[in-house]
Design a protein around this ligand. Structure first.
Ligand code: GP9
Ligand code: MN
Length: 621
C-alpha cells in the first residue's frame, strides 16, 4: 500500500491523542471513580495530557525517523501496560498499584493467584492506541522540517506542555487543597493528576523513604530505647486489669473538639448524650486531652493510637511508611487472643488504609463494601453515622470475642453538611458557614453515639465491653478564628489556638462505678498504654512515646507534631512561651527545658519511623 502524505510530526500527534483517549475511556470503563461535578470530570479528562505531551515529546530530540518510531511505539505500549495492570489490580483490590504493594510478598501471593482471574478479554481495549500508533507508523508519510524550525517548535511545544500541567495542578488544588502534601488517597490522586503522574509521584515518595530506611542498621535503637525506658510510667495497680478480657470498642469521633462539650449554642445543648456521660459513674472523661495529629488527620490519629508514636512531619505516615514493621496495639491485642478490626464506611484505599492496616496487623477492615447504604443513608462524605453505628453493632455480634474494633465516624466532617431531617438544632450565625454548620453535625454525631450505646445494650455486648472514644483532630481550623472568637466571646490568639486543639477522651467501663472527670493533661499518644493496662496487658517493653494516663507517674506534657507543646504551667507556640494562667507571653525560661525535650522526642519518633527501626526489635526477628 502507498504511504499517505501528512504534515510533520503527524505520528506524534496521533500517538498523543490515541493514548490520551484510550486512557480516558479506560478510566471511565474500568475504574469506578466517583465524579461529583463537571469540573472533576474535566480534570479527569485532561489529566493524562501533560504527562503524554512530555514523554511523547521526547521524540522531538530524536534524529532518525526509525528511532523516533520505535520510541513512539514503545511509549504507547508501556502506557497501555500501565493502564491494563492497574485495571486488573483494581478489580481485585479496588485500588491503584503502588510500589510497596508490588514488593510486599504477602500481597503478591494474593495478587498472582487472581491476576488471571481478573483479566477480561475486553482489556484488549487498553492496547487500542498501540494499534493506532503502529498503523500510523506504517502508513503515514511525514513531511520533513528544517533544523531551525524544529528548535522553535520544540520550545513552544514544551511551554504548552508545562502550561497544561500547571493548569491541571491548579484546578486539582482548588478541588482538593493540599492534595500532594496530604496525599490522601490514590483514587483522589489518579482523579486529579492522572495515573501516569501518580506513578511518578509514588516513585518519588517511595524512593525517599527507601533511602532513609536503607541507611539504618538498628544501632540507633539503643539510644531511643533508653529515652523511652526513662519515661515509662508504672501502671496504677488499681486500674491495671480493671477491664481484663473485655471487648474494646474505640470510637474515632470525627473532627470533635472539646469546646462543644458541656456547652451550648444559643441555648441549645450541642452534645446532650456525651454531656450525660461526663456525669456518668462508669465513665472517665478527660477534659484536658489533646490531639497530636499532623497533615495525616484521621489517619494520623489512628497511627498515634495504634503505635504511641508521632506521625510524619510533611505528609501522612499511612502513605509514606506503610511498608514498615510496627508493634501496634492491634498486634499486641491479637497476641492476647483478640480479634481486631476497623469499621469505617469509606472506600478502603482512603488514607492508604488497606495497605497500612496489614502493617498494623489488623485482622479485618469492614470498609464501605461491608455496609448497605440505603436511600437517604448518605450525606456529605458518605454513610451517615446513625445507620453506620446500627449496622456496625450488627456486625460486632458476629465477631469472635474478645474483640477490639475501631469505629470511624464520618458525618461530622468538613464541610459539615446535613440533610434537613437530621438537623436537631439550628445553625449558628457567624460569618463562617463552616462553624455555623459544625454545631449541627456535632449534634447529629452525638445522637449516633447514643444509638451506639443503646444498640450495644440491646445486643448484649455492652456489659462485657469497654468503649473508648476520642476526637480525632480539630474540626474548625485557624481560618475561622474570627467566627470562633464570636462564639467564645474573646479574641483568638495563638495561645487559644493551642487550647482549641483539645479533643474529648471518654473511657467508659460498664459497671465500674468509680468514673470521674479528670483534668490530667494528656494526649492521643497516651491512649495505647492506658487501654492496654486497663486490659491487664503489660507495655514495659514497648517502643512508645506516651504513658498510661491513670499512672501516678504520668507526665503532664503534650507535644504537637509541629513542635508546639503544653505543660502544666505553660504553652509554647510559634517561638513564644505563654503563661497558662494568664494566656500572656511570659519569660521563655519557663519553656526552655521542654523545648529541648520536645525536639528530642519528635526526633526519636522520626528516627524509628524513617529508619523502620522496629524491624530490628527482638520480638519481630
Ligand atoms: C475518611 C475519614 C476522614 O475516611 O477518615 O478523613 P480526614 O479528612 O478527617 O482525615
Ligand atoms: Mn478526621
Amino acid at each position: 500500500m502507498k504511504k499517505i502524505n501528512w504534515p510533520k510530526h503527524a505520528i506524534l500527534v496521533i500517538a498523543i491523542i490515541a493514548t490520551w483517549l484510550t486512557t480516558y475511556i479506560g478510566y471511565k470503563t474500568s475504574f469506578s471513580l466517583k465524579i461529583d461535578n463537571v469540573m472533576q470530570e474535566f480534570i479527569l479528562f485532561m489529566n493524562p495530557l501533560s504527562f503524554l505531551l512530555f514523554v511523547y515529546g521526547a521524540t522531538l530530540f530524536i534524529k532518525t525517523t526509525k528511532r523516533r518510531n520505535i520510541y513512539l511505539f514503545s511509549v504507547s505500549l508501556i502506557t497501555s501496560i500501565i493502564m491494563f495492570s492497574n485495571a486488573v489490580f483494581y478489580r481485585f483490590f479496588s485500588d491503584f498499584i503502588t510500589l510497596p504493594v508490588l514488593f510486599q510478598t504477602s500481597n503478591f501471593g494474593d495478587l498472582s493467584s487472581s491476576v488471571f482471574a481478573n483479566m477480561h478479554v475486553t482489556d484488549i481495549f487498553f492496547f487500542t492506541d498501540v494499534v493506532i500508533v503502529g498503523l500510523a507508523i506504517k502508513f503515514v508519510n511525514e513531511a520533513q522540517t528544517s533544523t531551525s524550525q524544529r528548535k522553535i517548535g520544540r520550545k513552544l511545544y514544551f511551554v504548552v506542555a508545562a502550561t497544561i500541567l500547571m493548569v491541571n495542578l491548579g484546578l486539582s488544588e482548588a478541588q482538593r487543597p493540599q492534595l500532594l502534601t496530604r496525599s490522601f488517597d490514590r483514587e483522589l490522586l489518579v482523579k486529579n493528576i492522572g495515573t501516569y503522574n501518580y506513578h511518578i509521584y509514588d516513585l518519588f515518595i517511595q524512593s525517599k523513604t527507601h533511602a532513609q530506611r536503607a541507611l539504618a542498621d538498628g544501632s540507633e535503637l539503643t539510644e531511643v530505647a533508653n529515652y523511652i525506658n526513662a519515661n515509662y510510667a508504672e501502671p496504677n495497680p488499681e486500674m491495671f486489669g480493671a477491664a481484663k478480657g473485655r471487648n474494646v470498642i474505640f470510637v474515632s469521633l470525627e473532627s470533635l473538639q472539646s469546646f462543644v462539650i458541656n456547652n451550648d449554642m444559643k441555648g441549645h445543648e450541642i452534645t446532650p448524650f456525651l454531656n450525660s456521660l461526663t456525669k456518668d459513674p462508669d465513665t472517665f472523661y478527660f477534659n484536658n486531652f489533646y490531639h497530636q495529629t499532623g497533615l495525616g488527620k484521621t489517619s494520623d490519629s489512628e497511627f498515634i493510637v495504634e503505635n504511641s508514636l508521632y506521625g510524619r512531619n510533611g505528609g501522612a505516615v499511612f502513605f509514606t511508611n506503610s511498608g514498615n514493621t510496627y508493634n501496634s496495639m492491634s498486634e499486641k491485642l491479637g497476641d492476647n487472643g483478640y480479634f481486631t478490626s476497623v469499621m469505617h464506611a469509606n472506600n478502603r484505599s482512603f488514607w492508604n488504609r488497606d495497605i497500612m492496616y496489614q502493617a498494623l496487623k489488623i485482622d479485618k477492615f469492614y470498609d464501605v463494601e461491608s455496609y448497605e447504604i440505603g436511600e437517604g443513608d448518605a450525606v456529605n462524605w458518605g454513610m451517615k453515622d446513625i445507620p453506620f453505628v446500627e449496622q456496625s453493632v450488627e456486625m460486632m455480634k458476629e465477631m469472635p470475642q474478645p474483640f477490639s474494633t475501631r469505629l470511624i465516624t464520618l458525618t461530622n466532617h468538613h464541610p459539615f453538611t446535613l440533610d434537613e431531617e437530621d438537623m436537631m438544632i439550628p445553625a449558628y450565625d457567624s460569618n463562617s458557614r463552616t462553624l455555623n454548620q459544625y454545631f449541627q453535625t456535632v449534634r447529629y454525631m452525638d445522637e449516633s453515639i447514643k444509638v451506639l450505646f443503646n444498640n450495644l445494650k440491646e445486643s448484649g455486648l455492652y456489659d462485657n465491653s469497654i468503649i473508648v472514644m476520642y476526637g480525632d483532630h480539630y474540626g474548625i481550623s485557624e481560618n475561622h478564628n474570627k467566627a470562633m472568637g464570636m462564639y467564645l466571646e474573646k479574641e483568638i490568639t495563638p495561645f487559644d489556638n493551642v487550647e482549641l486543639q483539645k479533643v474529648p477522651l471518654f473511657i467508659h467501663i460498664p459497671g465500674y462505678g468509680k468514673g470521674e472527670v479528670s483534668d490530667e493533661l494528656a494526649g492521643q499518644m497516651d491512649v495505647k498504654p492506658t487501654v492496654l493496662h486497663l486490659l491487664g496487658i503489660d507495655t514495659k517493653e514497648d517502643m512508645q512515646m506516651g504513658s498510661d494516663i491513670f499512672s501516678p507517674d504520668h507526665e503532664p506534657f503534650v507535644i504537637f507534631r509541629d513542635g508546639r507543646f503544653v505543660t502544666e504551667n505553660t504553652i509554647y507556640a510559634h517561638e513564644v512561651c505563654y503563661d497558662k494562667k494568664t494566656g500572656e507571653p511570659t519569660d521563655s525560661g519557663a519553656c526552655e527545658p521542654y523545648i529541648e525535650r520536645a525536639t528530642t522526642e519528635l526526633g526519636y519518633s522520626d528516627l524509628i519511623i524513617n529508619g523502620d527501626l522496629l524491624r530490628f526489635t527482638e520480638e519481630d526477628q
